[in-house]
Design a protein around this ligand. Structure first.
Ligand code: SF4
Length: 255
């Protein structure tokens, strides 16, 4: 067997183990390439794992269109969880619609309202949740485990694609004709909210297009917490220097 076949077999085994030992379990999909691999594996095997997405209200039209394409391809309706309208209204009134560009705190607050709180509702009553995270996606994910314990939500968390490379994700998608977000063809290697995501340049980190005005170690949205903390790298002297440089250019880089 080639390496991709091995990975697929191992991932199928992980998904079956989740069903056998951790039901009910749900898969949180952002409908990016990795998430489409897991969607394909779950739905083709008719595994009893619910699939949901966090519809933040700031997603690209192309991402929302994926809900339709998944329904057309697999006959499955992904559940979309939305933020509390009052919380969004309060944030916008108090800080402004795009206040997340102004500070890491305001960015985290926007993510908390539009992602973290809806995630809590989406996970209520579950015993495990699944993500499409991979180790090689960014400096915040290099030690990612296939199985971990999410103390915040009090349940198991699985990252079945932790060991997959980006190339293997695309090899799977092409070999099985899996539908994927057309934003990937326009240079987006990671899919997030429209105002906080941009295409990346060749050689850049996969998640370099997410919150590009921030330092690398602050680039998580609060969804992925390990031991009660956001997964971040330790700040090295080099990172501190880069951070200072980034701060001095942050206004120039803002859209
Ligand atoms: S990614 Fe940006 S728009 Fe989306 S919730 Fe976070 S700060 Fe808000």
């Amino acid at each position: 067997m080639d390496h991709l076949t091995d990975l697929i077999t191992a991932t199928q085994a992980t998904l079956r183990r989740i069903v056998d030992e951790f039901s009910p379990a749900v898969f949180a999909s952002s409908m990016a390439a990795e998430d489409m691999v897991l969607t394909d594996l779950i739905l083709r095997a008719a595994l009893p794992i619910g699939i949901f997405t966090l519809d933040t209200g700031r997603l690209h039209a192309e991402t929302l269109e994926m809900l339709v394409r998944i329904k057309e391809t697999y006959g499955y309706q992904v559940t979309a969880w939305q933020p509390e309208p009052q919380a969004v209204q309060n944030y916008v009134r108090q800080h402004g619609l795009n206040a997340f560009y102004e500070s890491v705190e305001l960015r985290h607050e926007c993510c908390r309202i539009r992602k973290v709180e809806p995630l809590k509702r989406a996970l209520a009553g579950q015993r495990a949740w699944i993500t499409g995270q991979r180790r090689s996606q960014s400096v915040t994910r290099t030690t990612l485990a296939i199985q971990e314990y999410d103390a915040t939500h009090g349940m198991a968390k699985f990252n079945p694609l932790a060991e997959w490379s980006e190339q293997e994700v695309w090899d799977y998608i092409r070999a099985r004709n899996v539908p994927y977000n057309p934003l990937h063809d326009r240079g987006y290697r990671s899919i997030g909210c429209e105002p906080c995501t941009r295409p990346v340049q060749p050689g850049e980190d996969v998640r370099a297009g997410r919150w590009w005005w921030e330092n690398p170690e602050s680039k998580e949205c609060g969804l992925h917490v390990v031991d009660g903390k956001l997964t971040r790298i330790k700040k090295t002297a080099a990172a501190a220097t880069a951070g200072a440089a980034s701060e001095s250019t942050s206004n120039r880089d803002k859209p």
